[in-house]
Ligand binder design. Structure first.
Ligand SMILES: Cc1cc2nc3c(=O)[nH]c(=O)nc-3n(C[C@H](O)[C@H](O)[C@H](O)COP(=O)(O)OP(=O)(O)OC[C@H]3O[C@@H](n4cnc5c(N)ncnc54)[C@H](O)[C@@H]3O)c2cc1C
Length: 483
């Protein structure tokens, strides 16, 4: 065996495909019974024929990922693009909406329209530069960077600075504009304002306004894992499911090991081969705040009070900027917010094949403190009802998972942290530890290839790609033929 990958999430599969297309013999060991990690779509037994995305549902990063593009996944997957990438309903039947069309968005934002257009227009035009910067390995200058890339980088940094701190006011002054961007910043699950959350917001909002916006994949996120698995098998690789790795004896002999897991497992398995300071750093790796997941089955479209919210593939339920900031602050202090920021998607509004017998899945999660053992179902239904009166009556079945239990179906989700580690500006540039090579673990031939390594969370496969390219070069003296 040339290489073993532990974990068949998008990054593990990406690493395995990268190694296999360089001609290596690769096996992936996956703890769960099905392949895909954060890209699994499962029948939870809530309603016949209704399947749920148990982790990720919406895929701007998958569409933009340079690795997935090297496999032409952006063309092979059936991506369904909503007219609006995301929406932020406000009390009283109002809403702010980020349409895929930048001008329409700006027109809807009134006094903030010009600021939104000025910020995101130039970034959307140069989205590849934005992706190279934000989804790079956070250590090196992006390959192919030009002087124009430097201008884009400066624009990106300025947008992050203007929206990620409270000293200089944001250019967005209306309640709608401020709330719209704050809802996206909330994806970082970290107290706001913060530069790391603003970086997340600027990247995701840029992608909201390019070709595919924030798409869902026909049939659910599993299609991404299935496409990666098909490539791996075609290249001679394989995945063994139901094979948790906890110690060295669980691993077959190989020249390289790549871990699509948290750093703590690497320290547990290969600690004796790692320098002591790295063992300490890996064992003490810091996780962040959490999400509690709710999968619902409803018997019709969501009755949003604002008529255009249903056009959005993703809805951020949190209200105004101040309300979202207060909710995220509560979570940051270890308390449950009464009205937590809740993310919701109704994929069947685009993908009619997800409706079965008149019933459809609704995907949602609420931000909660790390390790929360509270069932989020009632809080989430209340938060949707706030902006869609009558929603409660459409719910025919539900399945809530407290943050503390998310790791039962994916051990990487420690305490319900869905980001592979706490998000902070420094953390994004130093995860998993402040070293020049963030993928090398210090144990010869052993690499970290999960979202706990750069560029961090999201379905993009890039941590796997970057780690596998290093393994190819350092262990096998080969190059990735597609790089
Ligand atoms: C509720 C939720 C919603 C999300 N929504 C989105 C979204 O809409 N869009 C988006 O882009 N991202 C989203 N994400 C984040 C995204 O899913 C992750 O960032 C991404 O899946 C990380 O990929 P990964 O391969 O690093 O890890 P994972 O996808 O977590 O895969 C890790 C794999 O390793 C396996 N594993 C772990 N430990 C072991 C072990 N000891 N032995 C063997 N196997 C092991 C796990 O079972 C799993 O299959 C969401 C995540 C969650 C949880």
């Amino acid at each position: 065996m040339d290489a073993v990958v532990v974990g068949a999430g998008p990054n593990g599969l990406a690493a395995a495909v990268t190694l296999a297309r360089a001609g290596l013999e690769v096996v992936v060991l996956e703890a769960q019974d099905t392949v895909g990690g954060g890209t699994r779509t499962l029948d939870l037994g809530l309603a016949p024929g209704v399947a749920h995305d148990i982790c990720s549902a919406v895929h701007p990063m998958a569409w933009a990922s340079p690795f997935f593009r090297s496999l032409r996944l952006h063309e092979r997957l059936d991506l369904l693009t909503p007219a609006a990438s995301f929406a932020q309903p406000l009390d009283g039947g109002r809403a702010a909406i980020a349409y895929r069309d930048l001008d329409r968005t700006a027109d809807g934002l009134g006094a903030d329209g010009a600021a939104w257009r000025d910020t995101f227009g130039p970034l959307a035009e140069r989205w590849q530069d934005v992706v190279a910067l934000a989804l790079g390995d956070h250590r090196s200058v992006p390959a192919g960077a030009t002087p124009r890339s430097a201008v884009t980088a400066a624009r990106f940094a300025l947008a992050v600075l203007r929206n990620g701190q409270s000293v200089v006011p944001s250019a967005l002054r209306t309640e709608e504009g401020a709330a719209l961007l704050t809802g996206v910043a909330g994806h970082a699950i970290t107290p706001l304002p913060s530069l790391a959350a603003a970086g997340t917001a600027v990247l995701l909002t840029t992608l909201a306004h390019v070709e595919h916006g924030w798409p869902v994949v026909r049939g659910g996120s599993q299609a991404i894992a299935d496409a990666l698995l098909a490539d791996l098998v075609r290249l001679g690789g394989r995945v063994v499911t139901g094979r948790p790795v906890a110690r060295r004896a669980d691993l077959p002999p190989a020249r390289a090991y790549l871990f699509d897991t948290g750093p703590r497992l690497v320290a547990q398995v290969f600690g004796d081969a790692m320098p002591p300071h790295l063992v300490r750093a890996y064992a003490g790796f810091r996780y962040g705040n959490a999400a509690a997941k709710v999968d619902l089955v409803v018997d019709g479209p969501i009755p949003w009070a604002h008529p255009d919210v249903h056009r959005a593939g993703t809805v951020h339920l949190g209200g105004t900027r101040d309300q979202v900031v207060a909710a995220e602050r509560a979570v940051g202090r270890g308390r449950h917010a009464e009205q937590p920021l809740t993310l919701l998607s109704d994929p069947a509004s685009l993908d009619h094949g997800r409706v079965s017998g008149g019933l459809r899945p609704v995907w949602a999660y609420a931000h909660v403190p790390a390790g929360s053992d509270v069932d989020p179902t009632e809080t989430v239904i209340r938060q949707v009802e706030r902006f869609a009166p009558g929603f409660r009556d459409t719910v025919v079945a539900s399945h809530g998972i407290p943050a503390a239990r998310l790791a039962e179906h994916d051990a990487n989700l420690v305490g319900g942290d869905i980001s592979g580690g706490a998000i902070s500006l420094v953390g994004m540039f130093t995860r998993p530890t402040p070293r020049l090579d963030p993928f090398a673990t210090g144990a010869p031939g052993v690499y970290l290839c999960s979202a706990s390594a750069p560029p961090g969370p999201g379905v993009h496969g890039l941590s796997g790609w970057y780690a596998a390219r290093r393994a190819l070069r350092q262990v096998f003296g080969r190059a990735d033929p597609a790089a």
